[in-house]
Design a protein around this ligand. Structure first.
Ligand code: 6PG
Length: 222
């Protein structure tokens, strides 16, 4: 695991957007379509604001979330809504959204169709992950009902319910995240930095982020 310690969060968001754009550009030079997976939550908005303005062949980029809250897009808890507002806009409006949510049923019911749409994109080219202070990443939470399945199973997507998550979730599995060609984790603040250090000495059941640390570049700013 590599850790880049930035002097300033705003600079980190700009640099990280450039890193992601560089990796997408490199992948586009030898593949017809490339896939970028990104987290929701409160941290990545400024990265999206920078990335959506980058000059890339966005028409060949497929964008998805690493995980979604099982709520309709009208909810302000919807990560898809955040993506549409902050990433799939500007130049990046030409990108294709690969959904992690569908109206009309539970995550369990919609899972086969959502997974089938992702399968041709594997392995993912570029993945950005967030992390919670409880050491969850994507929606792989400590204490979740399908934690073992998400950490060790072969499925693409796993529905999740967890004490630390206010609504049902759906998440890419640790296998899909680990198989990604490039992987970054973005965290801000002292509490998450401390949690990350703790996670390095814990099992993935205790600290799910530990399942994806090897091979990840961590980007941290206060
Ligand atoms: C979500 C995210 C999740 C997020 C962490 C960190 O839907 O909440 O995808 O995995 O990355 O919870 O969230 P913050 O950036 O809001 O601290």
């Amino acid at each position: 695991m590599d850790l880049i310690d930035y002097a300033d969060a705003e600079m980190m968001m700009i640099d990280l957007a450039n890193v992601l754009a560089g990796e997408l550009g490199e992948a586009l030079s030898h593949k017809d379509t490339v896939t970028l997976a990104v987290p929701g939550g409160t941290t990545p908005g400024p990265i999206f604001d920078n990335l959506c303005a980058v000059d890339l062949d966005w028409g060949r980029v497929r964008v998805m979330l690493t995980d979604e809250r099982w709520v309709p897009e009208t909810s302000d808890r919807s990560n898809t809504r955040l993506l549409r507002q902050r990433l799939l806009t500007g130049r990046a409006a030409a990108a294709t959204l690969v959904p992690l949510y569908a109206d009309g049923g539970t995550a369990e019911e919609m899972l086969p169709a959502l997974s089938a749409a992702i399968a041709p994109d594997l392995p993912l080219d570029v993945v950005l992950l967030g992390m919670g202070a409880d050491m969850h990443t994507a929606s792989i939470f400590p204490g979740a009902d399908r934690l073992h399945h998400a950490l060790y199973g072969d499925d693409i997507l796993v529905p999740m319910r967890a004490p630390g998550a206010p609504e049902p979730r759906i998440t890419l599995s640790a296998k899909v995240l680990r198989d990604a060609i490039r992987r970054h984790i973005v965290i801000t603040g002292a509490a998450k930095r401390e949690a990350l250090e703790r996670a390095r000495h814990l099992t993935p059941e205790e600290a799910p982020v530990a399942a994806v640390l090897a091979g990840s570049t961590i980007h941290w700013a206060e």
